[in-house]
Design a protein around this ligand. Structure first.
Ligand code: F6R
Length: 259
């Protein structure tokens, strides 16, 4: 199902609402297929392009589809550069809970990408602030991502930009909220093992992407997605900042959309 946001959510939409496209899929498999198709189109159109990538459980199916497409020879990663949104801090890239490890396992180890062109903030950097500044300058030097893939937290967070009274525009070190530590505890032995800090792109870094695709799956993302789709901007829902961008596609399943 595909329709403009204006009809779906708000009978009197703010003008900019019309710029966010909403694709509601039957289930997770369709979310994965549809989002992989959108990313693949960018790879085909710009074989030396820059992909902004996310970790988390939601994009795993999309990565599996991209791997399949690459194996069939439908897409070529050889000229592609990638920039990931975030990484725990501090964490070793070899730690199986690091986002670097996740990306290798879910995508980079299975496609014909040049690993030297894959970028994840360095969780092992001795100085987090210096690493954040280096990463921000690097992403900006690329001119931003050609497409940025995002997930969304239950509380509306994007990357590790958590709801707060203020948001930081650039890549920075941040502390994680209780809610995010809880949500991520499933990947660790216990909540106490989840790192308390992260390196994350800021909302400005994310908005520097030319195109953004945000994936959401399941009923527990309904409230955050609806807050984003209202079309207003509030730091209590970082995802709402995507309303400032002209080319955003939400790909979600019916459970997420209908609540
Ligand atoms: C991941 C990231 C996070 C996730 C979000 C949703 O790089 O930045 O913001 O996108 O926490 O996670 P899942 O997909 O596991 O529900």
């Amino acid at each position: 199902m595909r329709f403009p946001l204006a009809e779906a959510i708000n009978p009197n939409p703010f003008e900019r609402n019309n710029t966010m496209e909403v694709i509601v899929c039957k289930n997770y498999d369709e979310v994965s297929a549809k989002s992989a198709e959108i990313v693949a189109a960018v790879i085909k159109a710009k074989p030396n392009g820059v992909l902004g990538l996310a970790t988390g459980s939601t994009p795993e199916g999309m990565y599996a589809k991209l791997v399949e497409m690459n194996k069939k020879g439908e897409i070529d990663f050889s000229g592609i550069t990638t920039v990931n949104l975030d990484e725990y801090y501090p964490i070793s890239p070899e730690n199986d809970q690091s986002y670097r490890y996740f990306m290798n396992k879910n995508l980079f180890d299975h496609v014909n990408i040049d690993k030297a062109k894959t970028n994840v903030p360095n969780g092992a950097a001795p100085d987090g602030d210096a690493e954040a500044a280096r990463y921000e300058a690097y992403v900006r030097s690329l001119g931003g991502a050609d497409i940025q893939v995002l997930g969304i937290g239950r509380n509306g967070h994007i990357a590790f930009n958590e709801p707060d009274t203020e948001l930081v525009p650039v890549t920075h070190v941040t502390s994680l909220t209780e809610d995010t530590i809880d949500a991520n505890a499933r990947f660790f032995a216990s909540a106490a093992d989840v790192p308390t800090h992260a390196l994350t792109m800021g909302m400005g870094t994310i908005l520097s992407a030319k195109k953004i695709i945000i994936l959401a799956n399941g009923k527990n993302k309904h409230d955050a997605v609806m807050q984003m789709l209202k079309g207003t901007v509030t730091t209590s829902c970082p995802a709402s900042f995507l309303n400032l961008h002209d080319d955003v596609i939400l790909v979600c399943d019916e459970a997420c959309y209908n609540g």
